[in-house]
Design a binder for this molecule. Structure first.
Ligand SMILES: [Zn+2]
Length: 73
């Protein structure tokens, strides 16, 4: 009985933890695929090339920013 209860508790925690991670991963993916406003030409055309590297599709300027989200100071 005691052993069984331990397993159930662990299972509940595990699934809740997994859901949070999945939700966060989905949010990050959305941000990574989104086009951002270019600080150089002001057009919404900045696309993620790779981790931390972004490029404007309109003026071609490259930016170093967040791995999954474009941020400009
Ligand atoms: Zn641009």
């Amino acid at each position: 009985m005691m052993a069984k209860r331990k397993i159930e508790g662990h299972g509940k925690f595990g699934s809740r933890y997994g859901k949070k991670i999945r939700e966060r991963a989905l949010k990050v993916e959305k941000k990574a695929k989104k086009l951002y406003k270019c600080p150089n030409c002001s057009r919404v055309a900045v696309k993620r090339l790779s981790n931390g590297v972004w490029q404007c599709q309109k003026c071609g300027k490259k930016f170093a920013s967040g791995a999954f989200e474009f941020k400009v100071d």
